[in-house]
Write a protein that binds this ligand. Structure first.
Ligand code: ADP
Ligand code: MG
Ligand code: MG
Length: 251
């Protein structure tokens, strides 16, 4: 049984009713890494936001089933509790809020919903320390405030740390490689790899193929005009490299 099954998904912008997704089909099984590529404006971010239930969009047709349940009947929060994690292309800055406090808040919020006892700051620091190695981060980083003055690499690290702490069966990573230099890209890629276990799945949106040297995709999808127009394995990346997106455009 697939982890995530999207069939004929159509969606509009809630405010203007402009159609963005025009029939997306996508099946993700446990342990698979799916990369979504495509021109700017092809609907990649919209697809990931619709999966998480972002209020800016309205689903007008099709289905999304996650672990056998109809995701479209679930609130964004329920989707996250069900095991979907999403990192945003433009994460928000939360001035004055320390990373540890922020992560602890999210961690305890989740535990409360799951009827598990909350953990205190000291216990949490231990949990966090065990994750730091996994995502290849120094403990000094924990002294920072959320996204305040973060470099692109630090933002991504913070997201991956959040993913490591909260855990997820499906991690949706939008523009995983944007704004990263080669070193940061390698670090973030390694961090994501550190979290990959045979039962975790990833949907990553990317513009560059360098990341595939670090996180090997099971499938690459090309999106154009609100649809997935081509799916292939790593070989598709080589075709893209030579021909660009033009040969994959909806006529
Ligand atoms: P991608 O991530 O592939 O670059 P997006 O999903 O962000 O593409 O956007 C797809 C199209 O929908 C773009 O033309 C974008 O301007 C438009 N769009 C997406 N979300 C909104 C929104 N909330 N309001 C207005 N236009 C939007
Ligand atoms: Mg874009
Ligand atoms: Mg985008």
């Amino acid at each position: 049984k697939p982890l995530l099954e999207i069939r004929g998904l159509t969606a509009v912008i809630a405010e203007s009713k402009q159609q963005i997704l025009k029939g997306v089909n996508l099946v993700i099984n446990q342990g698979e890494v799916h990369a979504v590529m495509g021109k700017n404006g092809s609907g990649k971010s919209t697809l990931s936001k619709v999966i998480t239930g972002h209020p800016d969009y309205e689903v007008t047709g099709g289905s999304i089933v996650f672990k056998g349940e109809n995701l479209l009947h679930m609130e964004p929060e329920e989707r996250s509790l069900a095991g979907i994690f999403m990192s945003f292309q433009s994460p928000i800055e939360i001035p004055g809020v320390n990373i540890v406090d922020f992560l602890l808040m999210g961690y305890n919020e989740r535990r409360k919903k799951l009827n598990e006892p909350e953990v205190g700051p000291l216990e949490f620091l231990q949990i966090l320390s065990s994750k730091l190695d996994l995502v290849n981060m120094k403990s000094e980083f924990l002294g920072r405030n959320v996204n305040e003055g973060f470099s692109g690499g630090e933002r991504k690290r913070n997201e991956i740390l959040q993913l490591a702490v909260l855990g997820a069966d499906l991690a949706i990573l939008d523009e995983i490689d944007s704004g990263l230099d080669v070193d940061a890209l390698r670090d973030v890629g390694k961090a994501v790899n550190g979290l990959l276990t045979p039962n975790k799945s990833i949907l990553m949106i990317t513009h560059y193929q360098q990341i595939f040297k670090i996180i090997e995709p099971t499938f690459i999808h090309i999106m154009d005009d609100g649809r997935i127009v081509k799916t292939g394995d790593i070989g598709l990346a080589k075709v893209l490299d030579k021909e660009g997106y033009k040969s994959f455009s909806v006529p």
